[in-house]
Design a protein around this ligand. Structure first.
Ligand SMILES: *Cc1c(COP(=O)(O)O)cnc(C)c1O
Length: 228
């Protein structure tokens, strides 16, 4: 556990940096929501943050760990809107659908069809983001930008219970966020061509969220810059 004050200060400073990035690029600060990534954070720290600040959304990537963490006190008393940002395994989809509000990592028609089937069983529409792959890393999920438009069309046509609500992408680690600007611009253009303005464009993490927000991200996902 860390001092509550340090934690809240780091959170406030991330919010300020988002606001500054909005001002610099002429965007309304209200249009950008912070997705607090709690996957590595201690339950007590998450509790402190959520009970002291209006945190709109949280994100987890590991199903089992998150079920345990959020299923017992103190976090079981809180009901934030939860995003699943991990890679999807088809045998866990029913559980993820039950426990999470938004799934951020659809990257194939097969997964979308599985989600569609489970959603229909649960009689609950599945709000999902399409994960676009921006790196060459074998282990990283996502569909390439070249294949994404076709996948979006297929999902919209074949998976009525899947509500595609936007895009999520993880940028390559460069050590210099400025280098990512052209890539973020490219994703924003793709987003504009394929989604309504009020859809989610989730770009940017602790290392690169200011550039991502300047280039149009409306849902930066931030873990370590908040929780250390
Ligand atoms: C862990 C994670 C993040 C947050 O990363 P930080 O660098 O700690 O901000 C964002 N998005 C995804 C998909 C993640 O897995």
């Amino acid at each position: 556990m860390q001092s509550e004050m340090q934690l809240l200060k780091r959170y406030d400073s991330v919010l300020e940096r988002i606001q500054t990035a909005c001002l610099k690029s002429g965007r309304k600060t209200d249009d950008v929501k912070l997705l607090a990534v709690t996957k590595y954070a201690l339950a007590q720290d998450i509790y402190t943050l959520l009970t002291n600040r209006k945190v709109p959304f949280i994100a987890e990537s590991r199903l089992q760990e998150s079920l345990i963490k959020w299923g017992q006190p103190p976090l079981s008393a809180l009901k934030p809107i939860k995003f699943f940002i991990g890679q999807l395994q088809s045998n866990k989809i029913a559980k993820i659908l039950t426990d999470f509000d938004i799934i951020c990592s659809i990257d194939s028609l097969k997964l979308a069809q599985r989600i569609n089937t489970q959603s229909e069983k649960l009689a609950k529409a599945a709000t999902c983001l399409l994960q676009i792959k921006l790196t060459q890393k074998q282990t990283q999920g996502g569909v390439s930008m070249g294949e994404a438009a076709k996948l979006i069309a297929d999902i919209r046509q074949q998976c009525p219970a899947v509500k595609l609500a936007g895009i999520m992408a993880i940028a390559p680690q460069t050590g210099d966020a400025e280098q990512l600007r052209p890539l973020f611009k490219e994703v924003k253009k793709f987003f504009d061509d394929n989604f309504e303005q009020d859809a989610y464009l989730s770009l940017g993490m602790s290392e690169d969220f200011e550039v991502a927000v300047q280039e149009g991200s409306n849902l930066p996902r931030i873990g370590s810059a908040i929780f250390g």
